[in-house]
Design a binder for this molecule. Structure first.
Ligand code: ZN
Length: 260
């Protein structure tokens, strides 16, 4: 199976279950990855096996993964190593600073974002569909890292994983209004929304989330966008828009590094 070519700051690795996308800048700091559809991560009884495979690919075990029950909101879960046996709370991002503890989200078209701080060892995983993007989830995740562990946003490294691209993401006019009502500037909205030749509205979630990370204090060279569209590359990725409720999910996972 030919894999789509990512930008030079990303690379594919071949795992026992299939291909995994990794960001070279994050590689230098943390174990992490974006799984592909070959992992077959679906809700249900076999999901545990898929999570075990994903965990093994980043050198940790399933009981060490802090997850969230994703609800397209803007709540950030703070994960502590001693609380991993708690019920999974409703949230759309998870952060931790406990060495060897992972945080993960799942997505199929929505934007998975991984963050790592080389200074404190804090890490984050966020799931931003259009609602989370309108709600400013990326910035709220950065703010949580700063509040909890004093992370300086300028030291953070970010990777925006495979998700639906503006090439395929036609949206309704109500989204434009939702972003306006959420307080995003007209300058930002003009960058994030565009119209094709037929006048149909498109939303660039990669750009929107990258811009929100810059607004939160990240340096543009530290923001890495995989630029791979889940709907365009359906042989490698899951796409909710293309497959509806049958679509599986892909995990984005990052492990807090050992203390230096
Ligand atoms: Zn596309």
């Amino acid at each position: 199976m030919p894999l789509p070519t990512p930008p030079p700051d990303f690379r594919w690795t071949e795992e026992p279950w299939g291909p995994m996308l990794r960001c070279r800048a994050l590689d230098a700091v943390v174990q992490h990855g974006f799984t592909s559809r070959q992992l077959q991560l679906r809700p249900g009884e076999r999901a545990g096996d898929a999570w075990a495979s994903a965990a093994a690919s980043v050198g940790c075990a399933v009981p060490r993964i802090g997850r969230v029950r994703q609800v397209h909101g803007a709540v950030v879960r703070v994960v502590r190593a001693g609380e991993l046996d708690q019920p999974i709370p409703d949230a759309d991002a998870a952060v931790t600073c406990d060495p060897g503890t992972a945080v993960a989200v799942v997505a199929a078209d929505c934007v998975p974002i991984l963050l790592a701080d080389p200074v404190t060892g804090a890490v984050a995983a966020a799931h931003a569909g259009w609602r989370g993007t309108a709600a400013g989830l990326a910035g709220l995740t950065v703010a949580t890292l700063t509040r909890e562990w004093g992370v300086a946003p300028a030291s953070l490294i970010a990777a925006i994983g495979p998700s639906i691209g503006a090439c395929c993401y036609e949206v309704g006019e109500e989204l434009l209004r939702a972003f306006e009502e959420a307080g995003h500037s007209s300058i930002d909205r003009a960058e994030w929304f565009s119209r094709d030749a037929a006048g149909r509205l498109r939303l660039d979630l990669w750009r929107a989330n990258a811009d929100q990370l810059v607004h939160a204090g990240l340096l543009p060279p530290n923001i890495h966008v995989a630029s791979l569209c889940t709907q365009t590359h359906r042989d490698v990725f899951e796409s909710f828009r293309a497959e509806g409720a049958q679509a599986g999910r892909m995990a984005a996972i990052v492990v807090a590094p050992p203390r230096r």
